[in-house]
Write a protein that binds this ligand. Sequence first.
Ligand code: NAD
Length: 309
Amino acid sequence: MAAKITKAAVIGSGVMGASIAAHLANVGIPSLLLDIVPASLTPEETAKGLTLEHPAVRNRLATGALSRLSKIKPAPLYDEAFVSRITPGNIEDDLHKIKDVDWVIEVVVENLQVKQELHRKIESHWKPGIIVTSNTSGISINAMVEGCGEEFKRHFLGTHFFNPPRYMKLMEIIPGETTDPAIVKQIAEFSEKTLGKGVVIAKDTPNFVANRIGTYGLLVTLQAMAAKGFTVDEVDAITGPALGRPRSATFRTLDLVGLDTFVHVANNVFEKVEEGDEKVVFEVPQVMKDMVSRGWIGEKSGQGFYKKV
Ligand code: NAD
């Protein structure tokens, strides 16, 4: 049986990782927030004479994520002071600190190889009893821990938070083939009672339940839009509040999620389904691939379907 969850580590301080750490802080769970070490200096850091070894540079991604939290709307934190419950750091220097937490949540880019490598690294610092979960949108839970030991796999499962994590009630929990049922039960209860989530236990199929349907709906909308000649504003007006959905409808949702992440998530299914109608839908339109290669990936880069002003 795993220990009671009183401390956590979130690995990956991007759109979801920082906001998941914020929601843990909201319910009184302190966490480490770790990201990769930056590969190069910014011009400002060079001007200040810093080096890649300087702690301010080594923790740049995670500390930057913390300062961004106060600018996100709607606010991820119940109270801005709760940010002190999150300790930023980087993978190279600080991953060993996961020995002192009860739950490690991996929230890095939606890429199987990156996640597999990271899970092996996590295992090298892990001790039995620590629960490890992935926030993947739809990559196979079993595949993500290939090459890891049986005891680690027993403690590993998917916990898929939705964006924004403070506000979206749904949490998909995805056990792997060998996840300990007692740990699934513990995380499900913790998610409901402490994090305030509504839990759905999903099977380990491409994109699980919500994203299998959600990605399909978004891509069908894009195809219909191209066929009928609708504009971005028209589609958002029709698929937003008019349908009882929040302001963030089709394109605003894509900008919030990140187009790069969306392309990975659609590809998760495209690569797995047989030729046929479903495969045709899951093929991401070229325009979206072009936007990603230009860096127009949504709110996080300041430009997606909408420009952030
Ligand atoms: P993101 O691109 O905003 O952030 C990813 C972060 O991971 C970056 O800060 C990057 O530096 C870091 N990273 C990359 N490789 C790393 C490594 N080896 N070690 C440590 N950090 C590393 O992505 P995101 O939108 O936060 O998505 C993260 C995960 O959450 C993905 O699996 C995604 O599918 C899932 N997810 C995203 C959303 C969403 O709306 N964006 C919703 C639900 C689930």
